[in-house]
Design a protein around this ligand. Structure first.
Ligand code: MN
Length: 203
């Protein structure tokens, strides 16, 4: 079978489309440089797996693999759960709105907790909204780096990147302002699409 490698996915919108909340310059460097670095890192590791030479250390490469592939996947999810503010943001409707009402009581409560999770990530990481099929509940989680605290079986509905590289050009050290801005860019249609796809797939 043919060997395949990771590729940088194009953004589903133009670099300037998330302005004024994320600048063209910020988005371009984040996508073209940082996301690309995880693609390159993951592919370099795949080559190590292919070669399996005398230097091959499974413990080291397994850890790096989860970091780089985690970074690759999370960025793809992140770009796709955002969109231009004219079409995105505000309060959700549909499936995810029903879960938020059931598990959090209100959108305001959910927004407050997700914001706290994002602002409170120690160092580099992500806030994630996940859906557990076994308990039919949604959970807010923090992901450290790209791979720590990830729970297999919890599918990601929405992520927010709070590594400094995601916001430093626009907001310097003011992460709470960036998290606040994110709410204007959430593509709830995509979040609903993920929830419905996950709910209709076999366990
Ligand atoms: Mn990032």
């Amino acid at each position: 079978m043919e060997q395949m490698f990771y590729e940088l996915p194009p953004l589903p919108y133009d670099y300037k489309d998330l302005e004024p909340y994320i600048s063209e310059e910020q988005l371009k460097i984040h996508h073209d440089k940082h996301h690309q670095a995880y693609v390159d890192g993951a592919n370099a590791l795949l080559k190590k797996f292919d070669a399996r030479d005398s230097e091959f250390d499974i413990k080291a490469v397994a850890k790096e693999l989860s970091f780089h592939v985690g970074g690759f996947i999370l960025h793809k999810l992140f770009w796709e759960n955002m969109g231009p503010a004219e079409k995105c943001g505000g309060e959700p409707t549909g499936t995810i709105a029903d879960y938020i009402k059931k598990d959090f009581g209100s959108f305001e409560r959910f927004k407050k907790e997700f914001t706290q999770a994002a602002v409170g990530v120690e160092g580099s990481g992500w806030a994630a909204l996940t859906l557990c099929r076994r308990t039919n509940r949604i959970f807010i989680m923090q992901i450290e780096k790209h791979n720590v605290n990830v729970i297999p079986g919890f599918r990601i509905m929405m992520v927010l990147d709070v590594w400094e590289h995601a916001y430093y050009l626009d907001y310097q050290n003011r992460r709470p302002e960036f998290v606040d801005a994110f709410w204007n860019l959430v593509n709830w249609d995509e979040v609903n699409r993920r929830a419905e796809t996950w709910l209709s797939s076999p366990l």
